[in-house]
Design a protein around this ligand. Sequence first.
Ligand code: GLN
Length: 475
Amino acid sequence: MTVLELVAAYQSKITTPTIELARVFSVIKAKDEVIHAFLDTYEAEAVAAADRATEQYAKAGATDTLPPLLGVPVALKNNILYAGKRATAASKILENYIASYDATVVTKLKAAGAIIVGATNMDEFAMGGSTENSAFGPTRNPVDTTRVPRGSSGGSAAAVAMGAVAVAIGTDTGGSVRQPASYCGVVGFKPTYGAVSRYGLIAMGSSLDQAGPLTTTVADAALVHHLMAGLDAYDATTITKDTYPAVEPKEKYTIGIPRSFLTSGVDAGVLQVFEAHVAALVTAGHTVVDIDLPLFEQGLAAYYIVMPAEVSSNTARYDGMRYGYSAPGANLREVYENSRGEGFGAEVKRRILLGTYVLSSGYYDAYYSKAETVRALMRAELAEVFTTVDIILTPTAPTPAFILGAQGDPLSMYRQDIFTVPVNLTGVPALSIPAGTVSEGGVALPVGVQYIGPHGGDNRLFDLGIQMFDNRRAV
Ligand code: GLN
């Protein structure tokens, strides 16, 4: 059941949170040994919370309003702080770190009545695109367990795709909600930057990070997003709907396709699914036009400078003294070196090195400030394009799910991010919806398409997504 169906079923007494939570944990027990979507589960307290919710539904009169997600099970990526629980970011350096407070998104989900059932696996500190970089072993794709779910929110996508929960929360710094959504055949949403508070999220790239929902329908993503969004005194970058012009939904949309951007390295099967989606948009009465976004092609290069720069400063706090893992040494410097050397995995170290390099004096102007200039130009280019189109359409990822271990070279993994990173660099919202499948080795592998909206255009994306996905979904 979707989130909306589940809440309706609770209200009409077709089922109860107690029954649903028993179902959730039986699915996890049956499937998660192989899939490994979860790092931790909170069964006893989740079941107790479900019993309380069941009672609230039983007592409620027909006119009582109950919290909108009362009794809805939710899984959280393990870089989101949930007080009293481990927040590992799938890193050895935080293996035993216990969150001392709730992230704002958790506070809001709890206030809406949601029940947190467990913490999901991810690439270490959200760095990666396959969930193979977890210090606790990879997650497998429920569609084909020889393949990756993508990442870095692979555990959250898999938890939804394997039928354990109707909604899981991920974080997206360069595509980490949208990409696993695409590979696992679910919906993933990355909000306008600042729409959702980053307070209590373990930071990766602070100017890029946003938390977003992974769900089975766009309507569910919209519901959960709006419950998590809003101005937060603990995050100065948060915005309210009043501080940016809300982009209202329209009857018919003009959709721009950056054709020249789609030529290199995109799998033929993915392109076929993409073209079929373009045709479906036209049939539905929308207008499709070609657009030029020459600077978008520089997005990958700019991202892999800006992001590691932010990573290098955000990870400086893990020094063996303040947080988590600490390895002994003869002096302070050795404690730093041993703790960071043993605590961080290879991909995190690679990014810290790159980031420190691009920020160092002498290279700052050559790399970091150039990348920030490109970023500003990309924003201007995008704002210009959005004066003529309502939504931009791309594939979410250039290939369908790959086999575990197949992308050994970090650069080929980075290239997989080509369609998603420009969105984070420019701070606009984007939605990935399942658009079809590609058959490989006798398995139908899901392929997603990405709708990109203007700043504050989150609702426009939900509107088109509901038309083009929810309303056509086989029930
Ligand atoms: N794959 C991208 C990266 O490795 C995106 C990660 C993310 O969004 N957290 O940086």
